[in-house]
Design a protein around this ligand. Structure first.
Ligand SMILES: O=c1ccn([C@@H]2O[C@H](COP(=O)(O)OP(=O)(O)O)[C@@H](O)[C@H]2O)c(=O)[nH]1
Ligand SMILES: O=C(O)[C@@H](COP(=O)(O)O)O[C@H]1O[C@H](CO)[C@@H](O)[C@H](O)[C@H]1O
Length: 335
């Protein structure tokens, strides 16, 4: 029995992985201010933290960005926390740490704010000035400034790049227990399968739902923003359709520690993401009538223990099924 051929990524996705998947160390942070200066106004950078009840973590993130990427190295020009309707001390803590804090209701008041992360990311474009906009979640712990400088780097040095996603290990850390690479549950169970089957060009993204990504304002201002948790999948798919795969990139920035929601909350997130995907499948006519026209491969990533690089593993997604048993002749004569 000949061995089944090992399935592989789409050629353009494999090529993309070789040319557009980097490490933060590829662009040492001390070299970036010169690249920024050379760009002039096109090199201005705004960092935006969407924050809903993040008083426990937002201050630490703001302080590190200010100290490392505004004071020690002039990389970031403005640091804005958009308060998404917090009822805790998020606004006070963020302001005390040195961020500009804007409440979502103060932005475009003629349009009442919808609940959700995407809503505040969208509104942030109205109250920031940078030509490069970098989104960072406000629930991160042990925040490493490379999560910002790593994804800004390509936008300061590669004119053709328009959007850069961070990639990182995502340990699942709950109640003192740590499951290495256990995080990104909606990514692994919903988003990655959806993207692989319907947008296989994007199968090379290690963290398609990651909350740390940077993009040129000239791209972001042309894209719709799903107002809830569909924003990451929506922006990634729409950036592919608008700018093309070669305008997208990802950078390995190490590890990301964040607060984890429970399974019921992630179920609501998954439903929103699935709906966001369905709307785009319909909009771009990718929703194939026949199931055998979806791309039948799933590519997952693990970090190689020796090279420490993310390594792709591609698996077939079988869609075969058997006919109703009553149509099988032997069934009628069975004893
Ligand atoms: O309605 C919302 C929901 C979330 N967030 C922020 O968006 C980021 C990511 O949200 P969350 O941590 O809930 O998502 P997870 O990382 O658990 O998927 C965090 O900074 C949240 O404070 C927000 O601003 N408004
Ligand atoms: O990637 C995921 O599966 C979810 C949940 O992560 P965990 O399972 O709690 O580590 O987290 C992401 O998804 C959200 C929706 O796109 C983003 O808004 C978050 O920034 C991101 O952390």
């Amino acid at each position: 029995m000949p061995a089944e051929p090992i399935p592989a990524l789409l050629p353009e996705t494999a090529s993309w992985l070789r040319r557009r998947s980097w490490n933060a160390a590829d662009r040492p942070v001390h070299t970036l201010p010169a690249a920024k200066r050379a760009l002039g106004p096109a090199g201005t950078v705004s960092v935006v933290l969407p924050a809903l009840d993040e008083e426990a973590t937002v201050g630490g993130i703001v302080r590190v960005i200010r100290r490392e990427l505004m004071e020690r190295l002039p990389l970031v020009d403005e640091l804005v926390v958009v308060d998404s309707g917090s009822v805790d001390g998020t606004a006070e803590v963020a302001a005390e740490a040195g961020a500009t804090v804007v409440h979502r209701d103060a932005i475009l008041p003629r349009l009442p704010a919808a609940p959700g992360k995407g809503e505040v990311l969208w509104r942030s474009l109205l109250v920031t000035r940078g030509e490069i906009v970098c989104f960072v979640d406000a629930d991160l712990r042990e925040f490493d400034p490379a999560l910002v400088s790593g994804i800004i780097g390509p936008l300061l040095t590669e004119p053709d790049i328009q959007l850069v996603k961070a990639m990182y290990d995502r340990p699942l850390e709950t109640d003192g227990a740590v499951v290495p690479a256990g995080g990104g549950r909606v990514t692994e169970l919903v988003a990655r399968p959806l993207l692989n089957l319907h947008w296989p060009e994007l199968a090379g993204f290690v963290q398609p739902l990651g909350g740390e990504y940077a993009a040129r304002r000239s791209l972001l201002e042309r894209l719709p923003f799903p107002t809830g948790y569909g924003v990451e999948l929506g922006l990634l798919v729409d950036a592919l359709e608008t700018a093309g795969l070669d305008a997208l990139a990802q950078v390995d920035v190490g590890v990301r520690h964040h607060r984890h929601q429970d399974a019921q909350a992630l179920g609501r997130m998954a439903a929103t993401i699935y709906r966001t995907a369905l709307e785009r499948l319909d909009r771009t006519h990718r929703l194939k009538a026949s199931a055998d026209l979806v791309h039948p491969l799933l590519t997952q990533f693990t970090r190689d223990p020796l090279t420490r690089a993310f390594t792709a593993h591609t698996h077939p997604v079988t869609g075969t099924e058997r006919p109703p048993m009553h149509t099988v002749p032997e069934y009628a004569t069975r004893r």
